[in-house]
Design a protein around this ligand. Sequence first.
Ligand SMILES: Nc1ncnc2c1ncn2[C@@H]1O[C@H](COP(=O)(O)OP(=O)(O)OP(=O)(O)O)[C@@H](O)[C@H]1O
Length: 262
Amino acid sequence: MKNKNNKKINSFLETDGLIKNFGELRALDNVSIQVDRKEIVLLIGPNGSGKSTLINVITGFLPPDEGKVFFEKEDVTGKDPSELYKRGMVRTFQTPQPLPEMTVLENIMIGITSKGEEPLTALFYKKWLKQEEEILEKALDIINFLKLSHLTFKKAGELSGGQMKLVALGRALMTNPKLIVLDEPIAGVAPGLSHEIFSKILELREQDVTFLIVEHRLDIVLKYIDRLYIMFNGKVIAEGKGEKEIKEVLNDPKIIEIYIGD
Ligand SMILES: Nc1ncnc2c1ncn2[C@@H]1O[C@H](COP(=O)(O)OP(=O)(O)OP(=O)(O)O)[C@@H](O)[C@H]1O
């Protein structure tokens, strides 16, 4: 598989010249990014620079006007979110949408759609029960991993913002994803819990999960990331890989000016 410059697609996730217009406005202007397996990649940029549009296109919530998305070297451009989820790509949203009257456990369990819901399979009641049990066990393991056990039966509507972000991550984990796209995972979350969320992200990376993250809180996130992309006016204007390069990019006067101008 090759991109439009006839270069071989090598990365785990790659976008190639994405363009997305909303009427007259070009929200994505020839955006090409790369994410390697087991990387934690951060996407930053001032408000309106195109970050959400980019992750919406990658995760299949918006089709691009031009350009391609490659996931595990396959062209997945325009595939819908459910197809991508089957391939191992999940996402969370800026504002978590838990079902407030349901418990934390139930909110995490619904991350997976029970195969038992298919009418034919449901006829085999024993099999269905076994699947439900497996889903329950898995959700309890995730709750344990995220240190949410004390909240297992609490209604999601009673959680703090940070706890809701953790539940959203838990829900994403139900599908054994290979890539998790996180939209502002620590916005509005206290520093202590924010670091806890990122230490879980590091642990998951060790289990072969890759992360693409949009987050404004650089002060907290910087020490956890492997690669950084900076967007402005629909374009990627800078990229850094590794601690040294990332620091250089962030100290670039042009980049600082864009942020101060924001
Ligand atoms: N559905 C839409 N219809 C019209 N314009 C849109 C739509 N979605 C986004 N835009 C516009 O596209 C541009 C990029 O928006 P986008 O939400 O991707 O930026 P962002 O970097 O995620 O910003 P923020 O940090 O505020 O979330 C903005 O000018 C926005 O107003």
